[in-house]
Design a protein around this ligand. Sequence first.
Ligand code: FAD
Length: 520
Amino acid sequence: MAKKQVKPVVGSELPLGAGASSAIHPRVFQHTVDQADIAISITDVHAHILYVNPAFTRVTGYSADEAAGQNESMLSNRTTPPEVYQSLWQNISRGESWSGRLINRRKDGSEYLAELNISPVVDAGGEVINFLGMHRDVTAMHRLQCQVKNQKELIESVVDAAPMVIALLDVDDRVVLDNHEYKKLQADLGMAEPAPMLMTSIRAGLEADGALGRGSSGYAFLDREVRLDLPGGKPTRWFSCSGTRVREDNSAADAFFAGSGRDYLLLVAKDITGLRAQQEKARVAALQAVMAEEDRVSALRESLSAATFRLEGPLNMMASAAGMLARRNGEHDPMVLALADAMAGGQRALSELRAMIPAETREAFGSVNVNELMRDVLDLATGRLLAAGIRVSWKPQAMLPALQGHPNKLRALFKALVDNAIDAMSGRGWRERELLVITRAQLGSIEILIEDSGPGIPPAQQLKVFEPFYTTKREGNRHLGTGLAAAQQVAADHGGTIEIDPAKAPGCRVRVVLPVKRRS
Ligand code: FAD
């Protein structure tokens, strides 16, 4: 490097500009710059060094004497891109300051990353006469920044590749960070955010178990099972969810001493659908057996009830005939006595028949997931649906609030409605065969719609079909017409309603509304 012929200014010969304050002795400036913990150099307009402070010597290894008269380019490692120098010179030549990072080389040949600021020094006429350079070695800080960035990228790629749903939630259940599996689940849910759904179910479970944490900073939980019913006929999915509290320190300057921070919840949801599917298969098989038995008992109950209902008619007629005869011929007339005998026998038979009606099984009240019951009913009806060539559209709300009820009775209610829909569409030559089942949460209740594309129910019969023993079917005694009456009773027992939507034509839409919390 060629040494230019300039008169170096070193140490105590530091030149002071016109702006030096008269209130402070020039030596104070001298000492301040000398003792500053940042490498300071002053150059002429061609970057030839006139002055360096001791910190410059500490950083670069060049003494003041060695540096004086040299061009600042002696510090260049020759690996900084030329565009950086171009931008540096463009700025400082215009009289503007420049800040940036350069790769420098010390006297001993070692490299370091310099964070440099150059400010032009102008004379009274506004002309640049010197440059003031200040730089420090930021190699360690850069290494740290790279480590943090690499670590962040590593963590992000591990989290992204993890075969489980991971999301970081703020205190309002808003997703701050998520992974690939989370996004996949979101797509399966029709772009609805999965985290609030999972958290609603987890909280309900924690609350039911009395394990819901107090305090505003969230809570941790382990292996909480959550069921998600996906739209579009996709299979139900099960997740085992765990939550860990994470605290982030506030990096704002004003929080340096206060030490405040923000709380997050790291939600990890492991898909256990495969495991649950096996358990579900076994459960549905057991349920099938139980429901077949229940069907048999309820058919027996219906037949016996119908028989007693039909016997009551002739007995009533006999009673009125006996009354008329008794008024005309007297109470001791042999015909009246014979009728009274026959009636007493009839009443005894009726009582015996009534006694034979199997009692309804008492069922405990509990927390019920309507989607689960409806899914059971559709699973159990799969054979019939396939045999009848019925297309099923199952549109459950992904996350329904649980309601308090009798699961078996409610399942029987839904089964009666689905069976009716299948029957309605199974008529010979009927082409439109589509069953639509929708569940959705409304204000304080759950609405279940069961819609078929069968011939429908004429408006005049839409109320009558709920009367006991009323049937629109003409297939002998197979249908007694008690299904809808019983279904209505179950809905009423749960504080709900069931109705046929008069607006639906063609086809039939039955709407069941069940309150989430029962009014006592
Ligand atoms: P150079 O031949 O010096 O120049 C490279 C580019 O800069 C070319 O495009 C050229 O046109 C332009 N250029 C050079 N001199 C001028 C000029 N006088 N006017 C307009 N354009 C010009 N460099 C470091 O590597 N490390 C440092 O720590 C450092 N500190 C500096 C501190 C100060 C106060 C100043 C003024 C400059 C500093 N420089 C530093 C820049 C240094 O002077 C060199 O420009 C740089 O090192 C590149 O050197 P070079 O020999 O590769 O190329």
